[in-house]
Write a protein that binds this ligand. Structure first.
Ligand SMILES: [Zn+2]
Length: 244
């Protein structure tokens, strides 16, 4: 049976923001797709911009979803897709509603049908999942040159998906300022192959991806405290146009 939720609940958050209040602070949300279980996938502040903020690729990483929600309520200049995987958020699981890792399902040249690890099931074919289609739709709407993807992990770090010497100084400075302010490490890669992942997609499409891994289990207050630092990075990055 398909369960329909117009607004994705955030089961790991004690006090979820009212999603429909966002109408008051920006453009009305634009539905860019529906999840496998029929939940809306919404893009807020849907407009052309240099950077798109993406949350909730992995449904159990509610820290990133919460920060994305804070960011979309804090400003109306940068598009935010706070929860790409509402089914996973609802089910408290990494994967989407049919157990696909959305960060292995993108149509990339290196996509593989075999999961390199049982934790990373890539789906039946590249781009097979409705959530992947929703992401690609959002990319068409925003046409960004950069994506900031919000996840959570044991240790917090910023992954910049290209080596520093291939980036303009301005972008290196912004990334370095943020990692210094957050007291986290900057990495160039997670260190293992990630076919079908956003990083591979970015390489194939001339995009620059920043993956901010928040500390798994961070409290709402801890996430709220870093909001100004992350917002400063986003606002200034949005003034740059990356070209590969
Ligand atoms: Zn993740």
């Amino acid at each position: 049976m398909t369960r329909i939720h117009t607004f994705p609940p955030m089961p790991l958050l004690a006090d979820p923001p009212a999603w429909n209040e966002v109408h008051a602070v920006g453009l009305p949300p634009r539905e860019v797709g529906r999840s496998y279980l029929g939940n809306s996938i919404n893009l807020y502040h849907a407009m052309r911009a240099n950077i798109l903020v993406l949350g909730g690729v992995h449904g159990d990483e509610s820290e990133g979803i919460f920060l994305a929600q804070l960011l979309l309520r804090h400003q109306s200049e940068v598009p935010v897709l706070p929860c790409l995987n509402p089914d996973g958020a609802m089910l408290r699981q990494r994967w989407n509603g049919r157990n696909v890792d959305l960060n292995r399902n993108l149509p990339t040249p290196d996509w593989k049908a075999e999961a390199l690890n049982p934790r990373y099931p890539p789906g039946s074919e590249p781009g097979s999942e409705p959530e992947t289609a929703a992401f690609l739709h959002a990319m068409d709407v925003v046409n960004p040159s950069m994506v900031l993807s919000l996840h959570s992990y044991g240790d917090s770090f910023l992954e910049v998906e290209r080596p520093p010497d291939s980036l303009p100084d301005t972008i290196n400075i912004l990334a370095d300022e943020m990692v210094r302010a957050l007291k986290i490490e900057r990495k160039n890669s997670v260190g293992y192959p990630t076919p079908g992942a956003l990083g591979s997609f970015a390489w194939a499409n001339g995009l620059l991806v920043f993956t901010l891994e928040l500390k798994r289990g961070a409290s709402h207050n801890e996430i709220f405290d870093i909001l100004p630092i992350v917002w400063r990075f986003i606002a200034r990055a949005n003034g740059e146009r990356f070209s590969a």
